[in-house]
Design a protein around this ligand. Sequence first.
Ligand code: MTE
Length: 326
Amino acid sequence: MLIGKPPDILSSEITPQAEYLKYLNRRRFLRNAAAAGAVALGADRLAEIFDPGAAAADETKLQTVYSPLTTTGEQLTSFYDITHYNNFYEFGVNKSDPAKNAGGLPTRPWTVKVEGKVKKPLTFDIDALLKLRPLENRVYRHRCVEAWSMVIPWVGYSFSEFVKQCDPLPSARYVQFLSYYNRHVDKWAGETDIYWPYSEGLRMDEAMNPLTLLTFGLYGQTLPNQDGAPVRIVVPWKYGFKSAKSIVTVRFLEKQPHTTWNDQAPTEYGFYANVNPNVDHPRWSQKTERRIGLPFYKQIRTTLMFNGYSDQVAYLYKGMDLRKNF
Ligand code: MTE
């Protein structure tokens, strides 16, 4: 397992984080100025005017706005670690494999199909989806079921905004996400005994919670392939495996869908997969986690119920036995 940074880290891989922090500070300054009544224009509009990057020709850069749903002031995990310590089993089983092997994932043209319990099936082009709503910067804690964690500045908008475009029927009680799968591209998938494509799902009310993020980027730029380009879901109060990458199909369903890890090992990976320090994985404790990228002596921290998002999501599970519905 890759714990520290390799000594040959390129400066090009460090720069985006430094730039991003400067960018966030500039936005914070402008927002404070606006709040103090020093300026008459909207802070985000001003940030766009003053953000020299907004006009840059770099096609990986995304124009973004601040989000009030940014939820943590913790130190961000480095761009390098977020993009070189991944689970994306279509591209290999080791954490460093997706960065090496996902380069061939064809992210354009790309469409997302909507099917199932909807007024009529739809197909969205990825570039239309990118323009559907202003893209927000949302810093979330990211907790893997394997008891490691990161803090990631994602870019996207609430999945509920997308659902509004889909006209689901009242009978739609669940949403299923299916990832891209092509055995000629995802050659490494054969190394596992997983049934492809990767499938994940949420109950409709979970999917509609504003924290559930339809995610197009991180650190202000488009998602690197290994992080689920060009579009993935991020559900910050659940273990990372609920966050399907490189989504090609969204299905609205009446019944709970089959999901990859729950099918693989139902006693180890529940459908709900809420971060819960009180319910251990059968083979390890979930009470603590290892924060990737920090010095060894600072890595271990206490895992928080719902990954620290209780105020926003605990209501979804009122009356449910979370030991049974783990
Ligand atoms: N999505 C697909 N298509 N394939 C995968 O193997 N792995 C899941 C999830 N989404 C996975 C996936 C798991 S186990 C985790 S922990 C997160 O992605 C990891 O996301 P990250 O690599 O961006 O940290």
